[in-house]
Design a protein around this ligand. Structure first.
Ligand SMILES: NC(=O)C1=CN([C@@H]2O[C@H](COP(=O)(O)OP(=O)(O)OC[C@H]3O[C@@H](n4cnc5c(N)ncnc54)[C@H](OP(=O)(O)O)[C@@H]3O)[C@@H](O)[C@H]2O)C=CC1
Ligand SMILES: Nc1nc2c(ncn2[C@@H]2O[C@H](COP(=O)(O)O)[C@@H](O)[C@H]2O)c(=O)[nH]1
Length: 324
């Protein structure tokens, strides 16, 4: 298996067939809905909160609310539905999560999207939760993760997952590789490629995006959606505190398995860091859309499909560290 990552690949241009990049369509159907971009802010407490979820849903962007205030999730679904917006939540796999799914089913509170969000998604306990959710809330579009292998894609899809999420350890706040020796840190794009050959349902590429061009590369290697943490954590709307050091402004970004998130030093596989302050998320999403429209034009097409079929070259063999 060839190991490569985002910085090792360049996509090869095809003849342009559009007069303006504005003609390029970046929309993606995911579940029953169509979103403006194949991009979703990570379901982390330092990346998304309720006001941002509302804004994203109102503006036709996909979002996944985090699961770190579990008692607020039912009210969150009600609030989104009261506003006529779709609800997209995260769940874990511990015993109390089964009671939560029962509560949603009993109260007929059906979120349009559910994401099973655990570190090691290729697990009997994740498969059990997939089957339980599909039995109790069959109308919810269910994503399960995170995983790293084609075998995991097949097993979670066969259990009933509607999409799977690929990426163990490539995240900016991640220290899984250093702490355990495992993961896709440094070869996330190759792992995505490997998983996409097995997938019969949509894949989300999760972690390791450092530049907007990495979104197009993820699409080329099989992603329907690209989950991004650090590039989205530095905005006005992001939950982290603003910190100023030597006249430079930053925001706090912390991993979901960091001591900061857990409030204790148990099974820590994440860290906290500062990311540059980037202004409003609206401007970043606009730039991502423009860059993806440009990528579609270089691909020689009019929509995301054209990116999926372009040639690529491996330009170097260095394996970058996702956690640098
Ligand atoms: N994408 C990635 O690379 C990673 C992401 N994360 C994020 O951190 C958050 C916390 O994740 P997680 O710790 O799974 O959530 P939970 O604390 O909800 O734990 C998941 C359950 O799986 C059990 N488990 C068994 N093996 C593992 C393992 N290797 N890692 C974690 N749990 C295991 C845990 O038991 P017990 O705790 O007793 O072992 C627990 O019951 C999530 O948001 C997750 O996405 C964390 C690490 C890597
Ligand atoms: N190993 C860990 N991975 C984590 C942790 N918290 C989040 N994550 C994963 O990172 C991505 C975001 O990656 P980025 O490169 O865009 O910053 C996120 O979606 C999770 O899958 C953690 O504590 N440890």
């Amino acid at each position: 298996m060839e190991a490569f990552d985002y910085d090792d690949i360049q996509l090869v241009p095809n003849k342009c067939i559009i007069k303006s990049r504005k003609e390029a369509d970046t929309s993606i159907k995911f579940g029953k809905r169509t979103f403006k971009l194949p991009v979703v802010p990570a379901n982390m407490e330092s990346v998304i909160n309720e006001p941002l979820a509302v804004w994203l849903a109102e503006n036709d962007y996909y979002y996944v609310m985090h699961r770190f205030q579990p008692e607020k999730r039912a009210d969150f679904i009600k609030m989104m539905h009261d506003k006529g917006l779709f609800a997209s939540i995260s769940v874990g796999i511990k015993d109390e999560e089964y009671k939560f799914i029962d509560q949603l089913a009993n109260e007929k509170l059906v979120p349009e999207y559910i994401t099973i969000d655990v570190a090691h998604g290729h697990s009997d306990y994740v498969i059990k939760m997939i089957k339980y959710i599909k039995e109790k809330l069959p109308e919810s579009f269910l994503t399960a993760g995170n995983i790293a292998t084609p075998e995991a894609v097949r097993e979670l899809e066969n259990a009933g997952a509607d999409a799977t999420k690929v990426g163990i350890g490539p995240g900016r706040a991640c220290i899984t590789k250093l702490k355990t020796g495992f993961g896709t840190g440094g070869w996330q794009l190759a792992a995505l490629r490997m998983c996409s050959k097995a997938a019969r349902k949509p894949l989300i590429a999760d972690g390791g995006i450092r530049h907007n061009g990495d979104i197009a590369k993820s699409v080329r290697f099989g992603a329907s959606m690209v989950m991004i943490g650090s590039l989205f954590a530095g905005h006005l709307e992001s939950p982290g505190n603003i910190i100023t050091i030597d006249n430079k402004t930053y925001k706090q970004y912390w991993g979901s398995a960091s001591a900061v998130q857990k409030g204790a030093y148990n099974n820590v596989e994440g860290k906290q860091l500062l990311v540059p302050y980037r202004g409003s998320i609206k401007d970043t999403l606009k730039e991502m859309q423009e860059d993806l429209q440009s990528a579609i034009s270089y691909a020689g097409g009019k929509d995301l499909h054209s990116i999926r079929v372009v040639d690529y070259v491996i330009v170097k063999s260095s394996i970058m560290n996702g956690d640098k």
